[in-house]
Design a protein around this ligand. Structure first.
Ligand code: AMP
Ligand code: MG
Length: 700
């Protein structure tokens, strides 16, 4: 993967007023690819974009991370322009000069036409800049390009000659208005140069070996891919920055580094031109990033079957956490980030599986008598002994076989007299020994990427000489309770109030899943308070699990807020217990909005959140492990919904909790797992096999 921790792509705009409040085309869009996720944001002004961009860069610098930021406007002009304006071919001197003349307000009001007019005045004839509203046109700045003459500048840069669809940088107005974008953009980027100094370089004018690298991009390079990957309701500008960020993030480090060094160091260059195939490969290299619309549901489907919902989660969610190297001793329950191979074979040498006497070759029927050599072989030693043919050596379990030994007779089968032994055959050649590498060979994969390490895995890794492992950083899951009626444990509860039962339960489940459970507390049914809490949470955790307020009622503010953020889908899943799950993105972080009802909250967590979180944590998708057990109950079930019953096994039969009431927390505590009844109609009679999934089968 690329040598950058964050890849940012910006679709720039030269608008003179703020873009509409509602996310719109032809405005500023930014895609930030970070830790496996690409998040897109919409910005109404250049000022707003720069603030957000600097926040990303500052955060990255504070974490020692590198940032590549791409902008879709020319970083330079045809050669000769900088010298004509500034007396030097240095494009960055031109940047500094332009920045002193451009005024660009927080409300997008700017003086680009005036600056272009002044620049034109430095050239003979008319031009090279052109294009402005008719009322602003004059002898120095023509409205039409065709009236320009005699200014002496080439119409295009070399790179633009390679891309006929790119607009020339002299054109200030109407389609593309690339000239205006460049004047305003260069001034803003010069401000970044001033702010970040030596930490920032501009490709290809400078070597891209700084923490922050700026580069010119052209999202239309991947037009076909964008068309294929654009979401149904997604604005094209958004899809363009998103897809290009993904493509760049998927490039191998050396490939991206080489691309950043390419091009004309006076005129500038468009990153990746001529390497479209590599970019496309980069796109395919990506783990599917979490998109803002990753929870969108196909329209028209009333009730999504459980399996379809799980399939969707499986295909849309990918790892969102980075990797780290840790000692095997600390790696219990951690998720392997890269296949682990044996450093050493196991066993490393042929050895004996029993206490006994070793010699060469098997023996036939009858009595055998062998002289003993004086040495003794114990585990952990390997004296340089050669056992002569026809003689034997005393050898203890685990000891490496000395030269001349490949067979061991059990000491219980031997009579020892002085320095010889006697025993009865037959004994097979190689009996009671272990071959080198018979368990694991050097370089065998001993733990695959995505595996959650068990105590036995730690034994295996240690046995084959592995001491450090590359694992995923732990997923941080925030747990938030919502509802005016909730009181935290220990507080005084007024009439009508109830204690918050979900939060301790969900925090416990998350911890059992091997993630970091972050207590986000509880919040009233108040949109502003909830929104503020989600903001804080999104900055701290990888995924947010809320309970309560997830339906479509008046007080269901979780779904209302996610809806407003434009990223929510209410998953009506055909499951009992469980009302809709509200799934959405909040400031780039997925939110799982669970029903408030504790039974439904727990079932939905086990069935949906557990596998989804496992996958986000870098683990392979896990299907709960259940098994069939004769039923101790009778139940008729209607078709249409999958049902989960609180259950436990007693005397070889599975019994279910007396009440199916979904508010009965006592039933959750009584149960040791769930019985899963299929979607169709069913009549379970005592003794019929039903599928029981113990809590451990859900990974908790
Ligand atoms: P809601 O999904 O917000 O409509 O809540 C559904 C039911 O679950 C209501 O009876 C709530 O009082 C209850 N509930 C919501 N949150 C919790 C919680 N954290 N602990 C216990 N019960 C809850
Ligand atoms: Mg509520």
């Amino acid at each position: 993967m690329s040598g950058f921790d964050r890849i940012i792509v910006v679709d720039w705009s030269a608008s003179k007023v703020p873009s509409p409040k509602k996310p719109s085309p032809d405005a500023i869009w930014m895609a930030v690819h970070y830790a496996g996720t690409t998040v897109c944001t919409y910005h109404r002004t250049r000022h707003d974009l720069i603030i957000e961009l600097c926040a990303h860069i500052d955060d990255a610098l504070s974490k020692d991370e590198r940032v590549l930021a791409g902008f879709d406007f020319p970083f330079g002009y045809p050669s000769g322009f900088a010298r004509a304006v500034n007396g030097s071919d240095d494009p960055l001197a031109l940047w500094a000069d332009l920045a002193t003349h451009i005024q660009d307000g927080a409300d997008n009001a700017n003086n680009r036409f005036d600056v272009a007019r002044d620049l034109n005045a430095m050239f003979p004839g008319v031009g090279p800049f052109w294009g402005c509203p008719a009322a602003l046109a004059d002898a120095d700045l023509p409205a039409k390009g065709s009236v320009r003459h005699g200014h002496g500048m080439p119409e295009r840069r070399k790179i633009e000659a390679m891309i006929p669809s790119a607009q020339p940088c002299w054109k200030l107005y109407t389609t593309g208005s690339v000239g205006s974008q460049a004047l305003l953009g260069i001034a803003r980027l010069q401000a970044l140069r001033d702010r970040y100094g030596a930490a920032l370089s501009v490709s290809p004018f400078q070597a891209p070996d700084t923490p922050i690298v700026l580069a010119e991009v052209y999202p239309s390079l991947l037009a076909d891919d964008v068309a294929a990957l654009q979401g149904a309701d997604e604005i094209k500008d958004r899809a363009q920055v998103r897809v290009l960020a993904d493509a760049l993030a998927g490039l191998p480090r050396d490939v991206l580094d080489a691309m950043l060094c390419e091009g004309d160091t006076q005129e500038g260059w468009i990153l990746g031109v001529g390497h479209e195939a590599a970019l496309r490969a980069g796109l395919n290299n990506q783990p599917p990033p979490l998109k803002n619309d990753c929870f969108a549901l196909p329209s028209g489907i009333e009730w999504t079957p459980v399996d379809a919902a799980l399939r969707d989660l499986k295909t849309r969610l990918g790892p969102v956490v980075g990797t780290q190297n840790i000692a095997v001793a600390d790696a219990l329950d951690r998720i392997v980030a890269q296949d682990i191979t044996a450093v050493r074979a196991h066993p490393p040498l042929p050895n004996t599986a029993v206490d006994g006497y070793g010699f060469a070759g098997g023996r036939g029927d009858g009595l055998h008598r062998l002289a003993l050599v004086p040495e003794q072989m114990t585990a952990g030693t390997r004296p340089d002994v050669q056992v002569p043919a026809g003689q034997a050596i005393r050898i203890l379990t685990g000891a490496a076989l000395p030269d001349g030994v490949n067979t061991v007779v059990l000491q219980e089968d031997v009579t020892r007299t002085g320095d010889s032994i006697a025993f009865y055959g037959p004994l097979k050649d190689g009996a009671n020994t272990r071959k080198a590498g018979e368990d694991v060979k050097t370089s065998d994969v001993v733990a695959q990427e995505g595996r959650r390490l068990t105590p036995a895995d730690l034994a295996l890794l240690s046995a084959v000489g592995v001491s450090k492992v590359k694992v995923r950083a732990q997923l941080r899951v925030g747990v938030l309770s919502t509802g005016d009626e909730l009181v935290a444990a220990g507080a005084a509860a007024g009439p009508g109030q109830i204690y918050d039962a979900n939060r301790p339960m969900l925090l416990g489940l998350i911890a059992r899943m091997g993630h970091v459970a972050v207590d986000l507390g509880q919040v009233r049914d108040d949109r502003a308070a909830l929104s503020a809490r989600l903001d804080d949470a999104a900055a701290d955790v990888d995924v947010i699990l809320t309970s309560g307020g997830a339906s479509a009622g008046d007080e269901d503010h979780v779904s209302a807020l996610l809806n407003e953020a434009g990223s929510m889908a209410l998953w009506r899943i055909a499951i009992k217990p469980g009302r809709p799950l509200a799934l959405g993105m909040w400031r780039g972080k997925p939110v799982f909005g669970l029903p408030g009802n504790p039974v439904a909250a727990m079932v939905c967590t086990l069935v949906f959140a557990a596998p989804a979180f496992a996958q986000m944590a870098g683990s392979t998708w896990r299907t709960p492990t259940g098994f069939n057990v004769p039923s101790a109950f009778e139940k008729r079930k209607k078709p249409g919904r999958r049902e989960y019953l609180r259950a436990r096994i007693r005397d070889g039969r599975v019994e279910v909790f007396a009440s199916e009431g979904s508010g009965r927390i006592s039933g959750l505590s009584w149960a040791e797992g769930l019985v899963e009844l299929p979607d169709g109609a069913l009549h379970v009679k005592p003794g019929d096999p039903v599928r029981f999934i113990p809590w451990s089968g859900f990974g908790v």
